[in-house]
Design a protein around this ligand. Structure first.
Ligand code: UDP
Length: 487
């Protein structure tokens, strides 16, 4: 794309800062900005400044949309969750019968699942689908979300990074903040179910409500604990060891613990708005709303604006590719409501993108599942260049959509990507650029890899596979099945 005279245009993704305000001032503002009190607050938690595009030959309507993307500001009514039988065309009847058989003995047993956010992030995605299915199988399952102030979520974000190997200065005050919100949540919640499934470190301390008389407690850890900050882990470990079982997403993520551990891959729902088949007209409409030019390759990374997802690294890779192949980069994400750092990272991404009109940055609200689905389907290559990762559900989503996926070889990603078979693993900006360029210039290879990826996802990472594992584990913990049952 040739540049014209330097005529500048201003793109406002979400107008919050004044033009001319310097970056430092803006960042300070963003840092001190209040976090919405509610977890399902109507607006994205992050608000960011402006981008200016250099003028290009791109037709005016693309520029117009890139300056003012038509982002859906209204939360659509929730989709009715699918019934088990709706999965039959995808997984077949024998598989469904097996699930129903396993659930029979658990009928009437009650489950409580607890996490830290109702919207945004992979855990909420999974719970949204798993809970209605358990309920349909007559295993009543309740979902509770812990609450906390900005200080609590600053602490838990720090813990999240520290547990994945980051630096952290753990003070007594931080421990007190964590424990005081844990106690508040314990007082607020009731614990009368047969099974408690506590997701991730934020609510881990709820296990202090464990009673000797009733209920089995499971800690479902979605993060990689292979190299945790020793202080933070020493603080949390005594709580983790009170659980009757722990579940990790990959063998490498675990720690030495006294209790039994299980391996559960996370999963996606092929019938959710995020993953269901979409009419081509809808994909075109979404591209039109966001100014994406479908006549040229589209490279996409969907993820929260988090440094561990390395969005700036993706911009750098794109810039290397762009020297050889005329393409566009779409970086779409939002701020999960438990992630106060999101606004700062989004600002960094905007600065890295500079005035390139072919870098499309979308700060989407949490109800954008259909749009994300369409963006993934419109992509030529899907990237997930994480530096640290839990499992990486965006990779699973890309595989399911038969897309060639280029992703960092971290966390659960190598479980999903068999290098050069179901996708490509990368370790650097340059490697990422090389692989993207290769895929863009070898479409037949890219298409075959996409097909392999879909098969791999179907075998291993669909919600129906995950559901079966939960049913088996519940049976084991309630003494209905032998503990040596292969899970
Ligand atoms: N996601 C979303 N909106 C966003 C960013 C991500 O709905 O703005 C979804 C994404 O499609 C995926 C999940 O959130 O389903 C992210 O899960 P992943 O395991 O990739 O990362 P996490 O955010 O849990 O670290």
């Amino acid at each position: 794309m040739k540049e014209k005279d330097p005529e500048w245009k201003t793109a406002v993704l979400e107008k919050n800062g004044k033009a001319g305000e310097n970056t430092q001032e803006r960042q300070k503002k963003i840092k001190t900005a209040e976090k919405p009190a509610s977890h399902n607050a109507g607006q994205p938690a992050i608000a960011v400044s402006e981008r200016r595009f250099r003028q290009t030959d791109l037709p005016a309507h693309f520029i117009e949309r890139r300056m003012r993307p038509r982002i859906n500001t209204q939360q659509p009514p929730p989709q009715a969750p699918p019934r088990l039988e709706d999965y039959e065309p995808i997984i077949g009847k024998p598989e469904l019968d097996e699930i129903r058989f396993l659930a029979r003995h658990l009928r009437g047993k009650t489950v409580k699942m607890v996490n830290s956010t109702a919207v945004g992030g992979g855990v909420a995605e999974i719970l949204n689908r798993l809970i209605p299915l358990l309920t349909e199988l007559e295993i009543p399952t309740r979902w509770d979300v812990i609450t906390g102030g900005n200080d609590f979520f600053e602490v838990t974000k720090g813990f999240h990074n520290a547990l994945q190997g980051g630096e952290y200065n753990l003070t007594q005050q931080i421990k007190d903040i964590f424990m005081s919100y844990t106690e508040q949540n314990r007082q607020r919640m009731e614990f009368a179910e047969d099974l408690f499934v506590i997701h991730d470190p934020q609510p881990v301390g709820l296990v202090r409500s464990k009673s000797q008389k009733r209920g089995k407690w499971i800690w479902r850890c979605h993060v990689d604990l292979s190299n945790p900050h020793p202080g933070v882990w020493d603080f949390l470990k005594p709580m983790v060891e009170q659980y009757d079982a722990t579940i990790f997403s990959a063998p490498a993520f675990t720690r030495q613990l006294t209790g039994p551990q299980y391996l559960f891959y996370p999963s996606i729902d092929p019938l959710s708005e995020k993953n269901k088949d979409l009419p081509e007209e809808y994909v075109n409409k979404v591209c039109d709303d966001f100014g994406i030019d479908r006549s040229r390759p589209v490279i996409t990374q969907i993820s929260r604006f988090d440094r561990l997802k390395d969005p700036v690294g993706v911009v750098e890779s794109y810039k290397l590719v762009k020297k050889y192949v005329d393409c566009q980069l779409v970086l779409a994400g939002g701020g999960a409501s438990d992630d106060p750092e999101g606004a700062v990272v989004l600002q960094e991404v905007m600065e890295a993108a500079g005035d390139d009109p072919d870098i499309i940055i979308l700060n989407l609200p949490p109800w954008s599942a259909l749009e994300i689905n369409a963006l993934q389907r419109a992509s030529t290559v899907i990237v997930q260049k994480s530096l640290k990762e839990g499992f990486g559900l965006t990779v699973t989503e890309g595989l399911w959509k038969e897309k060639p996926v280029v992703a960092g070889a971290v966390g659960g990603i190598p479980t999903q990507i068999v290098h050069k078979l179901t996708g490509v693993l990368v370790h650097s900006v340059e490697g990422c650029a090389y692989q993207i360029r290769y895929l863009l210039t070898h479409p037949e290879f890219a298409a075959q890899m996409g097909k392999n990826g879909r098969e791999h996802a179907k075998e291993n990472f669909l919600i129906t596979v995950n559901l079966k594992r939960w049913l088996l584990l519940f049976q084991v913990l309630l003494g209905m099945a032998k503990p040596n049952t292969v899970l």
